[in-house]
Design a protein. Structure first.
Length: 607
């Protein structure tokens, strides 16, 4: 079968998402391939489809047993032959898996990096391997935010299997990390694909300077407004996970904790209860999340600020993986900055970690559309407001700031884009500082053109320019400021730029905060005539109950049977025949045969 036929038959989709088809074609043509795609963006399909279509077995390197288990269960539920070799297998199970691999019956074999290195000389050399897929590839990099030493040995794949294509996949990696991944894996002239980081289904909200009591009450009210929606509360410390979970349990919410201080059995139990929808909330440190593929997480709350935008984006990405609406809330305070700065002091990479923390702080304090900041951070030119964040919901007053933007960009250009932000401000202010005088910047035409503004105002406006994507900071080249293509459009008069009016009164007089709770809304599928279909909320809840029954019968998490997004589609389209049922996006042939009649019978009762 061809790749589109495999997509429809096994996964129930008519079309590929952005870059998926090109990535699949690249690896099937034997090219090493680097894939950067956000959590929930469809990375797994990029190696699962070629594994199904190509001869042999795809070896997938995955860091966690729980993640392998989720992936294998989901593949089996779609009728795809997949297994995992790890320490959870007993001798008999492992023997059967090895025999099936040698017989060519297994299309995808998941394996840890440590196990892969051990299996290369004998077992893997005996297999017909279609390709190698290195998942969570940022773990291989010394600059990665989840550095894992075992990954650094994976360069052996290229040495031992020079003719087999290698695909490296990660959700968040800046330019430095991507280059390090390619170097350490010895990828040969890799084709690089960077998908859009935009997750429009995620709402983005930041809450600043809440007291502990205010945070806890907000979280409780937030959860009670979503009584059936699963979510994660991320905390910096183990103590906070326990405090938040205890508060929620006391107030009738089914919550558990997950952190590195627990015994592995306790962590596994918390994770399994959450996957099976037997608890609503997990209060966790950052150790939780990478190990699950749960698609029906409807919200993520950060009780404390994360240490970097990379961490933050990956963690909020665990909400709404099925594409349906999901909410994210970030609490931020000065105490978080102090604690994270202390962590950075004790790390081996203080300077780069401090830079990342500063960008995270700027995001939390910004009055610019939050999605623009995130996407521009990942070098994605996003030049309009999103309409789905707290800043867009309550937009600040703006003015035509083209003149100020052009002043700053001109100063950066005239330094040949070699100066830092602080030096650019000194040029604009006409300050004869040592750095300005040393490089002769006092002779530039732009020297002193911005005297009318205070240094603090220039800092604020330059931060806005950074967040809107007019400039970028080249961190691995002495933090110099470079002008982007979007910035050049403003500099040369091809478009105007709005800046937010600086309002310093909020910091001087804190206002009492109102809690605004929004129940997630899901976009309805459309009928053949283009009219929006109305979802039957009662049918949706009945479908959710039936899904749980099917999952419990097989020992699967409910989201592996069908995602929330599929249930919303079923509750809107209300198919009453197998043909119509199989036409719903996300339902393949295998699941139509397996579950179709049971779900159709239920839908007919509501029709």
């Amino acid at each position: 079968m061809d790749i589109k036929e495999a997509l429809k038959r096994y996964f129930g989709y008519e079309n590929f998402r952005q870059n998926q088809e090109e990535i699949i074609t690249s690896v099937m043509n034997g090219h090493d391939t680097m894939v950067l795609m956000p959590t929930g963006g469809g990375k797994s399909l990029c190696y699962q489809i070629p594994a199904i279509v190509m001869d042999g077995t795809c070896i997938v390197v995955s860091p966690l047993i729980s993640l392998m288990k989720d992936q294998v269960e989901a593949l089996k539920a779609n009728g795809i032959a997949a297994e995992a070799l790890n320490s959870s297998n007993d001798f008999n199970a492992e023997t059967i898996i090895r025999r099936r691999c040698l017989a060519g019956e297994i299309k995808l074999l998941y394996i840890s990096p440590e196990r892969l290195i051990a299996e290369i000389p004998y077992f893997l050399k005996s297999l017909k391997i279609s390709l190698f897929a290195i998942d969570e590839a940022h773990c291989i990099s010394q600059w990665g935010h989840d550095f894992r030493p075992e990954y650094t040995q994976l360069g052996a794949i290229r040495e031992e299997f020079p003719s087999i294509a290698v695909m490296a996949l990660t959700a968040t990696a800046d330019k430095i990390t991507r280059a390090d991944i390619q170097r350490q894996l010895s990828l040969y002239q890799p084709h690089e694909y960077i998908s859009s980081f935009d997750r429009p289904n995620l709402s983005l909200t930041v809450k600043r300077n809440y007291t502990t009591k205010e945070k806890l009450n907000y979280i409780l009210n937030f959860i009670k407004a979503r009584p059936l929606e699963a979510g994660i509360v991320y905390c910096l410390s183990r103590k906070n996970t326990e405090k938040v979970a205890e508060f929620l349990r006391t107030n009738g919410v089914k919550a558990s904790i997950y952190h590195a201080g627990l015994a592995s059995e306790e962590r596994d139990r918390a994770q399994e209860l959450f996957k099976q929808d037997n608890i609503q909330v997990v209060c966790a440190t950052i150790a939780f999340g990478m190990g699950i593929d749960k698609s029906n997480v409807r919200w993520v709350i950060h009780y404390n600020m994360p240490k970097s935008i990379e961490n933050y984006y990956q963690e909020i990405g665990r909400a709404g993986r099925d594409g349906a609406s999901a909410d994210t809330v970030l609490f931020y305070s000065l105490a978080d900055i102090i604690q994270l700065s202390q962590f950075n002091k004790e790390s081996g990479q203080r300077e780069i970690n401090d830079d990342k923390l500063k960008r995270m702080q700027e995001y939390a304090e910004s009055n610019v559309c939050r999605r623009r900041i995130l996407l521009n951070y990942f070098s994605e030119n996003f030049d309009h407001d999103c309409g789905n964040c707290d800043v867009c919901d309550n937009p600040p007053k703006k003015f035509d700031g083209t003149r100020y933007v052009q002043m700053a960009l001109s100063a950066a250009k005239r330094t040949h884009e070699k100066a830092r932000i602080s030096t650019i401000i000194e040029i604009l202010k006409g300050m004869k500082s040592p750095s300005v005088m040393h490089d002769g910047y006092h002779l530039l035409p732009t020297f002193g053109v911005g005297r009318e503004l205070t240094t603090k105002d220039w800092q604020d406006y330059l931060l806005q320019m950074l967040q809107m994507g007019f400039i970028e900071i080249v961190y691995d080249e002495n933090n110099r400021v470079a002008v982007t293509s979007s910035g050049c459009d403003v500099l040369f008069g091809r478009k105007q730029a709005e800046l937010c009016i600086i309002d310093r009164t909020e910091n001087a007089t804190p206002k009492k905060k109102r809690l605004q709770l929004v129940i997630p809304q899901f976009s309805n599928p459309t009928a053949n005539d283009g009219q929006a279909l109305i979802e039957d909320k009662n049918l949706f809840e009945a479908l959710r109950t039936l899904r749980k029954e099917c999952a419990d019968e097989e020992g699967f998490p409910a989201y592996i049977v069908f995602s929330d997004k599929v249930l919303h589609s079923l509750a809107s389209i209300k198919p009453t025949t197998l043909d119509a049922f199989s036409g719903v996006s996300g339902i393949g042939e295998y699941k139509t045969q397996k579950y179709g009649l049971r779900f159709i019978k239920l839908i007919r009762k509501f029709s």
